[in-house]
Design a protein. Structure first.
Length: 157
């Protein structure tokens, strides 16, 4: 191999090493960009849910503001039944969600005395999105109670 071929091989090797080293940095920057895009999308989704009108959640036990929790039902205060799937729910802390039919993980009893068992499908808090800051003002005339009131068989919520 002549000296020109050796020089070309050395340059090609250095380029490959530089590309391999830069690949990790490029992947890291792409990951950061994708995370930022996901945060912005969630923020826009949450803002839209507040604008469209969501049911503000309160604690059943205290009647005070509550934080949305994934997998919890939200009760209609007028009849203690679970709000139906598709209802938008929110809290005063900037979290929003949609009620979606999901299997419950524990046996429990509703405020109206209905017994539910693990695996039963109910509308539960799903797809939580955060606005980035609490909205103001919130229509608190439309509210629902978050969570279950008692467990059957002593299972935790």
């Amino acid at each position: 191999m002549d000296s020109q071929a050796v020089a070309n091989l050395a340059i090609a090797s250095l380029l490959l090493i530089a590309l391999a080293a830069g690949k990790g940095e490029i992947q890291s920057q792409l990951h950061d960009f994708n995370q930022q895009q996901a945060i912005e999308t969630a923020h826009q989704t949450a803002q839209r849910r507040y604008t469209d009108g969501c049911i503000v959640v309160k604690s059943f036990a205290t009647g005070k503001h509550a934080t949305l929790l994934e997998g919890q039902p939200v009760y209609d205060p007028s009849n203690a039944s679970v709000f139906p799937a598709g209802v938008l729910v929110c809290d005063v802390f900037g979290n929003t969600a949609i009620l979606q039919n999901r299997p419950i993980r524990f046996d429990w009893q509703s405020p109206a005395g209905f017994q539910y068992h693990r695996g039963d499908v109910l509308p539960l808090v799903s797809d939580i999105a955060y606005t980035g800051s609490p909205p103001s003002p919130i229509d608190e005339d439309r509210y629902g109670y978050l969570g279950r009131t008692s467990s059957v068989g002593g299972n935790p919520p």
